[in-house]
Design a protein around this ligand. Structure first.
Ligand code: ADP
Length: 194
């Protein structure tokens, strides 16, 4: 299965991605994690990306796209993957479509996790990553609304929306049952997880 997770920072995508990837047997590919690994290893890409991560801006599309293209070419991602944090812009979605087209593949579903802004900001303040200061967090929310939310329309045909408030296992359960329902056949639009 080829999946993309979308949601504002703090919606719990990373947590859900870990559960879904295990349950579905597909690799979890997080662009945020990939960037942070590059920063830690001080690679040229990491040095380039660091200032964007620190301020909550998006890393330029060509840098991100190249990194994802390389990761998707690895053997474990051939039959399926769960992308967390990519695409984050419409041009990135086009790039992903081009990468998949070349391999004769396509996305099966895009899962959107939603939660009210005050809840997500509080979760991130508690997480305490270096880029989790209130200013940077609020800025990432604005970047999400401006640059990433347009993807919801772009993917309207394969979008599954999941409310991401409540116990972690219940949220994962909603996503998994929404996905198996979607796999059974065409659903009324927009799809909603039960
Ligand atoms: P969060 O979900 O809390 O925003 P991530 O770990 O997904 O955290 O991303 C952290 C940072 O990594 C982003 O603020 C951005 O600078 C960079 N980043 C991650 N994915 C992308 C992407 N697809 N395009 C550009 N920048 C990205």
């Amino acid at each position: 299965m080829r999946l993309v997770l979308i949601g504002p920072p703090g919606a719990g995508k990373g947590t859900q991605a870990a559960i879904l990837s295990q349950r579905l047997g597909i690799p979890h590919i997080s662009t945020g994690d990939l960037f942070r690994e590059h920063v830690t290893r001080q690679t040229p890409l990491g040095q380039d990306a660091k200032r964007y991560l620190d301020t909550g801006e998006l890393v330029p599309d060509h840098v991100t796209g190249g990194m994802v293209r390389q990761r998707l070419a690895e053997p474990d991602a051939r039959c399926g993957f769960l992308l967390d944090g990519f695409p984050r812009t419409v041009p990135q979605a086009r790039e992903l479509a081009a990468i998949l087209d070349c391999a004769g593949a396509a996305l099966d579903a895009v899962v959107e996790f939603t939660a009210p802004e005050d809840i997500v900001v509080e979760r991130l303040l508690n997480r305490g990553r270096p880029d989790d200061t209130e200013d940077v967090i609020r800025h990432r929310q604005r970047v999400y609304e401006r640059q990433t939310a347009p993807l919801l329309d772009h993917y309207a045909d394969i979008l599954l929306t999941v409310q991401a408030v409540g116990p972690i296992d219940e949220i994962a359960g909603r996503a998994l049952s929404g996905l198996s329902e979607a796999a059974r056949g065409p659903a009324p639009h927009p799809r909603r997880a039960p």
